[in-house]
Design a protein around this ligand. Structure first.
Ligand code: NG1
Ligand code: MG
Length: 536
């Protein structure tokens, strides 16, 4: 699927629904949202943007090491209805770019905010607009702001305008959000919010259609939207890879996606075998990213990057002092890979054979305290061969982490094993009658996440175990982990029995029924990627 394709803009709802590949229940939400928008703001929305959540079938915590992953967008999504606020509106806040943001969910209250323009007029300034996002406490509107921030600084910044462009002010916006992706569950509600918000603010400011006239290109291209959304999501303080945004933007209802990031972003369709159903089950443990990023997600990002540098050094690869080389790049360099080459199972296995001999370098030399497995900061810096101030600059200055020991060996071992499993899974999808093989790869992935990457939790271990006992071919955590959802591969004919067994055996599900049960355990089917509806 070409990253160069434009973002679809529909002016006709039946075309839109035809392309979505979603069920009636999800279709009704569009009408409800538009009607509620009109009720609250006294006018019809001018645009509705949509971005789906995703389930990652395999390839966990390897996107930021630039290895390929295999997710699929799901029909659960975020919709944002929006319209410019006209001067005659009875609502206050007409300053440029001010926003009144409402959410259909009663738990999320109305938020009013406005960006401030940095007035130094310096065209080379990286930040032209400021919008406060509290990274200590992630609130629903933080993700709306994250999308908006990127639109302001890409499209309303003097540095990005050519001499002939008029300096324009962003319009004041009313918006209403509705979402069916459960938050904090590893189905990437966050990326769906950021992508939908980025699209809504581009659309309402005329930047989607203007892009077509100004450059002659077909609208905004999907690759650009993934890149802007990835940058935008970092504003909330999590240094994520690009899997979620790519899945949310580039998916298509006929298949899952193999998304690769090296040497550039690419998404290839992977047809799932007939008779295979992927069932998502929520452990109901909520992983609070704002609280745990320093000790978990961001720490893993740093551990895998530092492991890459140490391995590069030990393999005698020249990567320069300042580059944050990734494990994927180390594989490419050590295998003498040609520019732009895509890696397959055989070439990755070959490269890993050589690297595996060096992996022990990542282990601590003297481990006398069992509880503190891993190298200390001092040991780690020593292994990179960098001066401490350079190390700080390259690996710590841009991210907040909290740790005394770093498990470099385990993290690198997980990343390499998982990267290989993704390619094996992709290839096995092409073979007939291969559900057991796919299931086995999923089980191995979960085991590696749990023991080497330490991103599981007792409930996820229990739920995946119960899923296997209930007849799944395989089961694993999906998304960042430490709570959230599992994904299990089940034969189509067994879906109802499977769900019933899980309901009976996973204690938090005991009292759930009907819609409440369907909220926490459900079969997924691939859905189409992000789009915009222009209300005419
Ligand atoms: P979740 O937490 O499921 O949205 C996160 C990252 C992904 C990827 C996975 C682990 C964000 C937005 N996304 O996903 O890029 O690294 O963890 O595979 O943080
Ligand atoms: Mg997320």
């Amino acid at each position: 699927m070409a990253a160069k394709q434009g973002i679809p803009i529909y002016t006709n709802l039946s075309d839109l629904f035809g392309s979505l590949g979603v069920s009636l229940k999800h279709v009704e939400r569009w009408h409800d949202l538009a009607a509620e928008f009109e009720r609250r703001f006294g006018k019809k929305p001018t645009y509705i943007s949509r971005a789906p959540g995703r389930v990652n079938l395999i390839g966990e915590h390897i996107d930021y090491a630039l290895f390929g992953v295999l997710p699929t967008a799901i029909e659960r999504d975020i919709l944002i209805a929006c319209a410019p606020r006209d001067a005659a509106s009875s609502l206050p806040h007409h300053s440029p770019g001010s926003v009144i943001a409402d959410n259909m969910h009663t738990k999320y209250t109305r938020q009013i905010f406005a960006p401030s323009q940095l007035s130094d007029g310096n065209a080379s300034h990286a930040e032209a607009w400021r919008l406060d996002i509290d990274t200590k406490e992630l609130r629903w509107e933080s993700y709306v702001k994250a999308g908006y921030y990127g639109v302001l600084n890409h499209h309303f910044a003097p540095a990005n305008l050519s001499d002939n462009d008029e300096i324009q002010q962003p319009v004041a916006v009313d918006l209403l959000v509705t979402g069916s992706v459960p938050a904090g569950s590893g189905l990437s509600s966050s990326a769906a919010m950021v992508v939908a918000s980025t699209l809504a603010f581009l659309a309402v400011n005329g930047k989607l259609e203007n892009a077509a006239t100004a450059s002659g290109n077909a609208l905004l291209n999907k690759g650009d939207l993934v890149r802007i959304s990835m940058e935008n999501e970092k504003r909330v303080g999590v240094n994520s890879g690009g899997m979620d945004q790519a899945a949310s933007v580039m998916s298509d209802p006929s298949s899952a996606l193999y998304i690769s990031f090296h040497p550039e972003l690419k998404a290839e369709p992977v047809r799932l075998p007939p008779g295979a159903v992927f069932i998502v089950a929520n452990s109901l443990v909520v992983s609070d990213k704002a609280v745990t990023a320093k000790r978990r997600y961001n720490l893993r990002v740093v551990e895998t990057l530092v492991a890459a540098r140490i391995l590069a050094r030990s393999l005698g690869l020249d990567v320069g002092e300042k580059a944050r080389v990734t494990l994927r790049q180390v594989v490419g360099l050590s295998a003498g890979e040609k520019e732009g080459e895509d890696i397959g199972v055989v070439s990755l296995m070959g490269a890993l054979k050589r690297i595996q001999q060096e992996l022990d370098i990542l282990k601590p030399k003297n481990q006398d305290n069992e509880d503190e497995l891993g190298v200390t900061m001092e040991e780690m810096i020593g292994l990179t061969g960098l001066a401490p101030d350079v190390f700080y600059d390259v690996y710590l200055s841009w991210v907040e982490i909290e740790a005394t020991h770093f498990q470099l060996y385990q993290r690198a071992a997980h990343v390499f094993g998982e990267a290989l499993r993704v390619l094996e899974f992709r290839d096995a999808c092409l073979e007939v009658d291969n559900l057991s093989k796919l299931g086995q790869l999923m089980n191995e992935s979960h085991f590696s996440c749990s023991t080497l990457f330490d991103c599981s939790c007792p409930e996820l271990d229990q739920l995946t175990h119960l899923a296997r006992t209930a007849g799944a071919y395989g089961s694993r955590l999906t998304g960042a982990g430490w709570g959230g959802c599992t994904v299990s591969l089940v034969a189509e004919s067994e879906v109802d029995t499977f769900i019933r067994k899980i309901r009976e055996t996973y204690p938090p599900y005991k009292d759930l029924d009907g819609e409440t049960l369907n909220e926490v355990i459900f079969a997924t089917k691939p859905s189409s990627g992000a789009c915009v509806y222009k209300v005419e």
